[in-house]
Design a protein around this ligand. Structure first.
Ligand SMILES: CC(C)(COP(=O)(O)OP(=O)(O)OC[C@H]1O[C@@H](n2cnc3c(N)ncnc32)[C@H](O)[C@@H]1OP(=O)(O)O)[C@@H](O)C(=O)NCCC(=O)NCCS
Length: 407
């Protein structure tokens, strides 16, 4: 900063002394337009909770050297993901070609906050630059972030000042968890996959999907991962008892099937909707009471979102065949019931804008976000994706893989 008495230091977050002041800044930073309903995030006393499950992560704080006051922070992480695919020929002219993934080292920025009293002084920009230096030092080839399309300060900071471009606009689909159980279609059999089978299935079928994490095994083995579930036609040869493993399944799949995994975000952070009138809260409560008293009516009640609430995140959603979307729907009903058991208020997922299976995901429009804006930037000179070209210029595919560690 210009004033000599007020030099700004960008340094690594130190949990032993910064915890309280970082929480203070977090509390003061209301994400969302003021005067309307806004969403608060409670990080449950761990400011790095949303990056710590990635292979490499860092949190920086901006500190005024004169007062030692913390006025901003930023988190980032790096991992290897798919950025495109190549076709492989094994030399024999009539042999079919098979796509295989091209990986790149991708960095992700999240949780950028500057105290409202210190905005428009260049602190946000300095934090982003500090984080990008660490990305480059650690070999990241691209950096990206997700923000709301209407968050003008954030969009302008990244696109006007930091060289990011608008890249993808996936949809966040959120469904309430009702007080009643949802029925799972009786035309579908659900199978919980062993972790090794989930990994094999994902690697075989989804590794060429954009943003697929190469360390999918560490995602699936994480304690926050509740499980991977496969939906197949009832009465076919696949059941939980007779499950032959993903290898056999993929060599002889049914005409339609679908898969998804469930992640327990409730143990990472809690959300809270603030700014609702007493009337709205009372109305919501009434719907829940009625739903609880009369569960057989399956009334769509409004969940508890005006107090800190948890969510389950559905990821790795995919499938094949004409009934895949119906099977996704059955998987979502099962996931709803798991979230109810786990005391969550909502179930959320994020899928590509063009995702054909989106129609199978039940969600409330009022809770969802049709276009989450992902911005991206190419960081360095040497790219492992050479022949694929510049990822930032590539058109969107039908699907993306949204990593639950980054939601
Ligand atoms: C977004 C945020 C971090 C910006 O921090 P900041 O320290 O005020 O940003 P800077 O002073 O470094 O601004 C750099 C540039 O960003 C853009 N910018 C920042 N705030 C802006 C605003 N309110 N309106 C328009 N442009 C803005 C401008 O281009 C600005 O350059 P300029 O001042 O030369 O015009 C801050 O507003 C914030 O904490 N918001 C709430 C949390 C949030 O939305 N985080 C982003 C989630 S990804």
């Amino acid at each position: 900063m210009g004033d000599d008495k007020c030099v700004l230091v960008i340094r690594e977050f130190d949990p032993s002394k910064d915890l309280t002041s970082v929480e203070e800044v977090e509390k003061r930073c209301e994400v969302g337009p003021s005067g309307k309903l806004s969403l608060f995030t409670d990080l449950l006393g761990d400011p790095i909770c949303r990056v710590r499950h990635s292979p490499a992560f860092l949190m920086l704080v901006a500190e005024l050297s004169s007062t030692k006051e913390i006025v901003g922070m930023i988190r980032g992480c790096i991992k290897t993901v798919t950025c495109g695919k190549k076709l492989y020929r094994n030399g024999k002219s009539n042999h079919p070609t098979k796509p295989f993934p091209v990986y790149t080292k991708l960095a992700y920025i999240l949780g950028l906050r500057v105290s409202p009293s210190h905005r428009r002084m260049g602190i946000g920009l300095k934090l982003v630059r500090g984080m990008e230096d660490w990305f480059v030092l650690n070999g990241a080839e691209y950096s990206y972030l997700a923000t709301e399309n209407d968050n003008k300060p954030s969009v302008k900071l990244f696109t006007d000042k930091c060289g990011y471009s608008k890249f993808r606009t996936p949809s966040i689909l959120v469904n309430p968890v009702f007080a009643h159980q949802l029925p799972v279609s009786n035309r579908v059999t659900l199978i919980k996959l062993p972790q090794s089978d989930a990994e094999l299935l994902y690697r075989r079928r989804f590794s060429t999907t954009e943003f697929f994490p190469r360390d999918i095994d560490s995602v699936l083995n994480n304690r926050l991962n509740i499980g991977t579930f496969l939906a197949v036609p009832r009465g076919g040869c696949y059941t939980q008892k007779s499950w032959p493993g993903s290898d056999k399944f993929l060599s002889d799949p049914p005409e339609s099937w679908a898969v998804l995994s469930v992640w327990n975000s409730k143990d990472v952070f809690r959300l809270e909707v603030r700014g609702a009138s007493r009337m709205t809260k009372a109305l919501a409560k009434t719907t829940r009471i009625v739903d609880k008293l009369l569960p057989f009516f399956r009334l769509p009640s409004i969940p508890e979102v005006f107090r800190p609430f948890g969510l389950h995140f559905l990821y790795g959603l995919g499938g094949e065949g004409p009934r895949a979307a119906k099977f996704v729907n059955a998987l979502c009903a099962h996931a709803h019931n798991l979230a109810k058991q786990g005391g969550c208020s909502v179930v959320a997922t994020e899928v590509a804008n063009l995702e054909p299976l989106k129609i199978g995901v039940p969600h409330w429009k009022s809770l969802s976000c049709d276009q989450d804006l992902w911005c991206i930037k190419r960081l360095g000179e040497d790219y492992s994706d050479g022949s694929v070209g510049d990822w930032t210029k590539s058109p969107p595919g039908l699907s993306i893989f949204v990593d639950p560690r980054e939601f």
